[in-house]
Ligand binder design. Sequence first.
Ligand code: ADP
Ligand code: MG
Length: 335
Amino acid sequence: MFSSAEIGIDLGTANILIYSKSKGILLNEPSVVAYNTETKNVVAVGKEAKEMVGKTPRNVIPVRPLRDGVIADYDMTAQMLKELMKKVSKKSGISMRKPNVVVCIPSGATSVEQRAIRNAVKSYGAKDVQLIEEPIAAAIGADLPVDEPIANVIVDIGGGTSEVAIISFGGVVSCKSIRAGGDVMDEEIIKYVRKEYNVLIGERTSEQIKMEIGYALIDHPEEKMEVRGRDMVNGLPKTIELSSKEIQSALRESLEQLLETIRATLEECPPELSGDIVDRGVILTGGGSLLKGMQDWLSEEIFVPVHMAPNPLESVAIGTGRSLSMMKKLQKATK
Ligand code: ADP
Ligand code: MG
């Protein structure tokens, strides 16, 4: 007899992670699916599909079905998940048939969106699908004591969405979600380069620029980077040199929006929990928190300690996987 596998899925807007408590991270791939527009067949998923972005022939389109934090394209999400779960069972030898699955969902997800996610996972044959709110999963993954009456603030900066949540006693006390994260930063860089240099760069290039010379709003020694794009005047390829200072200015607006959201959430904190927040501060997670200088900048701005989660790109998936046994414990305790 096989016992069912227990797995956690972080259905992120930029990356999907699958985690099993016994084997750790089984899969970590971009949430991208490429399909043929004529046959509607899926051509590639995950890493392979992301490599195709901006490079495909006309009849193959790479899409990010979760881009804005909800399942915008239900069919594509379901197909993507199916292919990724197939990959996992092949690679890890763990049977993905009838697994018990916990999926983490953005706090702001509507019941229709929640159902869509549940159905997408069930369509692969999952036995039991439970949903967990993303900030709780992030907190569990970051080793915070979520089941105690202590307030923790989680700032999760993802690709398409970012969430700021105050949690206490295993529940969300207050939460704000914005449809902005690393993707918006990439878009701002593209806009900036187009406006200042008349050069068109692709999404992948702009993400690389952000990761290499992007900074939060702090002082730093200037860095330069050469990038290639298409000259919009003559249509020819062109190489330009960008400086970290100008990229910083391009990111200013989206960073300020994030800061505003954090401030607004903290202002909503019940007074009894304020003391905890002053002592314990804020935990940063999500890939966007890896932007250089993010931790220092936020500490300067919000006057409470700011810590990084041990593994910002993985803490939600780890917490989702671990939450299975915690849920059982909690269920037992309340019986
Ligand atoms: P999601 O949970 O929405 O899938 P992730 O937490 O996986 O998002 O974060 C993805 C985002 O993090 C992307 O926008 C990516 O460009 C950004 N990111 C990843 N690494 C870095 C880095 N070193 N510096 C800045 N941004 C980063
Ligand atoms: Mg995430």
